[in-house]
Design a protein around this ligand. Structure first.
Ligand SMILES: [Zn+2]
Length: 287
């Protein structure tokens, strides 16, 4: 049965609100204690002056997460200005469902040892997209979303080609070693991941087309940059963000995040996936 998104949002918000319950209860206890003390001392101190504002736990957690995730100030200011209910509701919706959709996997944050998805399916060359190799696999939700996106592209006369998809821990070991051998360590680290640190091991990432900078100038490259997020695909390593992502611009590498998280990334984090995933990681791990 389909659940009204507003209801789901409220349920999710309630779950988040529960995080702050103890603080609110604490504030209420402090308030009544202050009133009792005021009465005992015959003091005229207004209880509201010693009261902890209701949003303080949220504000503290938000500020810690923005700081830990190194979110740019203007981005953080917009989130703060939106207010607790608006932002938390959308954050909760973005984090609903499969946690691997928003899991931070980068040079500092590896996947769990031995991680291998259990719902991999082989991509079908007879679908709306083409495949660069016969044995490409993705997790089922990503494969289905790829088909939806490719079908929309095809309706506009554009064929998407999936050139690389799931890579196991062992396969990524070989890919990285080969890149080091061919290009040297420094270049290899800008363009490929060590085993355990690749979004490809999630089974949720696809490299499209030629896997070169030329892809950005192709009809497919331009189409997916604009339309990818509508189908839940987010550019992982945008131009000008190597300092943040650790990888040079990869116009061909997209991660499936689902449509809700992709919209969240666009709305609050300027379309920069790494900021959003770092924020969610920091939010979860803030004290
Ligand atoms: Zn890639």
């Amino acid at each position: 049965m389909a659940i009204n998104p507003r209801i789901r949002g409220m349920a999710a918000l309630a779950a988040f609100a529960a995080l702050f319950c103890s603080c609110e209860r604490g504030a209420a206890e402090r308030r009544s204690l202050a009133q009792a003390e005021g009465a005992a001392l015959g003091s005229s101190i207004s209880p509201s002056r010693s009261e902890t504002p209701k949003t303080s736990a949220y504000t503290r957690q938000l500020e810690a997460a923005l700081r830990d995730a190194e979110i740019p100030e203007d981005m953080g200011d917009r989130i703060k200005a939106a207010g607790e209910e608006a932002f938390l509701t959308e954050l909760a919706l973005a984090m609903e469902g499969d946690p691997f959709l928003w899991r931070l996997v980068d040079k500092k944050h590896p996947l769990p040892d031995g991680y291998e998805p259990d719902d991999l399916v082989t991509l079908d060359d007879g679908a709306s997209y083409r495949v660069g190799r016969a044995d490409l696999r993705l997790r089922r939700p990503a494969a289905e979303a790829l088909e939806r996106m490719a079908s929309a592209a095809r309706a506009e006369g554009i064929t998407l080609v999936a050139s690389s998809a799931y890579r196991s821990f062992d396969y990524q070991t070989q890919v990285y070693a080969r890149n080091v051998r061919e290009s040297g360590q420094e270049t290899a680290d800008r363009e490929s991941s060590r085993q355990g640190h690749s979004q490809h091991q999630l089974g949720l990432a696809v490299d499209f087309g030629s896997i070169t900078d030329a892809f950005a100038g192709t009809a497919a490259g331009r189409w997916i940059l604009v339309n990818g997020p509508k189908y839940g695909w987010s550019l992982s390593f945008p131009d000008g963000y190597e300092h943040l992502t650790g990888y040079r611009w990869e116009s061909w590498h997209y991660r499936y995040t689902g449509t809700v998280l992709a919209a969240f990334i666009d709305k609050w984090f300027g379309g920069i996936q790494q900021y959003a995933l770092q924020f969610i990681y920091a939010w979860q791990n803030s004290p």
